[in-house]
Design a protein around this ligand. Structure first.
Ligand code: FUL
Length: 447
């Protein structure tokens, strides 16, 4: 294959600014809000499952647990926030209330809370401790408030919808801004054996009235979506677009495959968020200490989530002391180390770059070993690229195909067997409209 014409703009660096041609463009299909654009930039944050289950070794508490079981002996939310920060996480989402209904803050609307426990003589508030710790560490906080409540006596009656709204109000008006509100789709039975008919429209309107900047996550957004699995793996094809009309959260949600890849022509911008636990369960269980994923495994997950245009929400559950366990902290630090090392040297730095409408050519000074290329799409005007190919070689004669892929989105990290390359060409083979590619960089990840 022949190299495209001359390097007209020899010496320019990678396009880090939005090019004029992009600014002049009009929107194509649904586009992200400014909050969603900021959310895409976050890429990686932690999830914290903590509550009575930590002490009873359950995953789904029954709601009838004695509140006194909740008694962390050395809780330190600063440790959580500092480790999150050190791991490169941009925030922490806390299970303020899981399905057992136990509130990690002294909610006025429940009798199953930290107030009823002997922890800190009933004066404790985990939401407050974590929100202070996140502010101190300079990371953001999000909140998981399970609509399913196996404790609340009103669950299963219309009154519960109002109670749920009041509960959200307490959290959304009492602790400063949260970046995300996490809605689980689970809808089981409550203490009276009844299931709740959730009024999600009112829940949504109320939550956004209290905190308009919130990104609300659920199977169908409205702002961020579940990816159809809890393994942290987003589809290789990943549209930030989803059709939600006629679908519900939980049962009645779009098919898992659809959630995993989005809809090609979806009517709403709803980015993918991959939730996965660092260990087997969502809550801490000592017998699962050996299941903690290695730093390398976490980096693989990063490539399959953030590297496929979504965000990674990694659950790290504190132990019964109320601390991240040493294994989990060590794995997080390994992950950070591997990730930093992987992206330390952008081998395309200083390269000549030529951009045409549908291709980008990278001309390196000398043949260079590479096994990863990172692409980005500027999303302000819509996600566009359908299919691309990466070709390259050492001379015009020996060009071969290095990788092929579908969709780019916020970030696409393509890995391939190590090759020595001097010329690389990214060709957009199919696109909905003029592609808006952002920075392109190349790396040699160590194996
Ligand atoms: C699920 C819940 O049922 C699990 O307990 C956990 O909270 C997970 C993140 O979402 O649907």
């Amino acid at each position: 294959m022949k190299i495209l014409p001359l390097f007209l703009f020899a010496g320019i660096c990678l396009f880090s600014l939005v090019p004029k041609s992009v600014l002049a463009q009009t929107k194509l299909g649904p586009t992200p809000s400014k909050e969603q654009l900021a959310w895409h930039e976050k890429e990686f944050y932690l999830f914290i499952h903590f509550g009575p289950n930590t002490f009873t070794d359950l995953e789904w508490g029954h709601g009838s647990e004695d509140p006194n079981v909740f008694n962390p002996t050395a809780i330190d939310c600063n440790q959580w926030a500092q480790i999150a920060k050190a791991a490169g996480a941009k925030g922490i989402i806390l299970t303020a209330k899981h399905h057992d209904g136990f509130s990690l803050w002294p909610s006025k609307y429940s009798k199953h809370t930290v107030r009823e426990s002997k922890w800190m003589n009933g004066k404790g508030d985990v939401v407050k401790l974590l929100s202070d710790a996140c502010k101190k560490a300079g990371i953001e906080m999000g909140i998981y408030i399970s609509p399913w409540d196996r404790n609340h006596p009103a669950y299963g009656t219309p009154a519960y919808n109002d109670i749920y709204i009041q509960t959200m109000k307490e959290l959304l008006t009492g602790y400063g801004k949260f970046f995300e509100l996490w809605w689980d789709g689970a809808n089981g039975e409550g203490p009276n054996g009844k299931k709740q008919v959730y009024d999600f429209n009112r829940f949504q309107d109320s939550a956004l009235a209290y905190q308009p900047q919130l990104i609300i996550f659920s199977d169908i957004g409205p702002h961020a979506r579940w990816i159809g699995n809890e393994n942290g793996i987003i589809g290789e094809t990943n549209w930030n677009l989803l059709d939600t009309a006629g679908f519900k959260r939980g049962e009645g949600a779009p098919k898992n495959d659809t959630l995993n890849s989005g809809n090609f022509n979806g009517k709403n911008w709803i980015g993918a968020e991959a939730d996965v636990s660092i260990r087997k369960g969502w809550f801490y269980h000592a017998e699962e200490d050996h299941t903690v994923k290695s730093g390398k495994a976490l980096f693989e997950l990063y490539l399959k989530s953030v590297g496929r245009g979504g965000n990674l929400l990694l659950n790290v559950p504190p132990n019964r002391m109320g601390l991240f366990a040493p294994q989990d902290s060590a794995a997080l630090m390994d992950f950070k180390h591997i990730k930093d090392a992987a992206f330390k040297n952008n081998l395309f730095k200083g390269a000549r770059i030529i951009k045409t409408t549908n291709s980008v050519e990278i001309y390196l000074k000398e043949p260079t070993e590479l096994n990863a290329i990172q692409l980005k799409e500027i999303l302000n005007f819509g996600q566009r690229v359908i299919r691309f190919e990466i070709v390259g070689g050492n001379s015009a004669k020996d060009f071969t195909t290095i990788a092929k892929g579908t969709t780019i989105g916020h970030k696409r990290i393509i890995t391939f067997p190590t090759q020595k390359l001097k010329y690389i060409r990214i060709i957009v083979k199919e696109t909905k409209a003029n592609p808006n590619l952002g920075d392109i960089s190349g790396y040699l990840f160590s194996n």
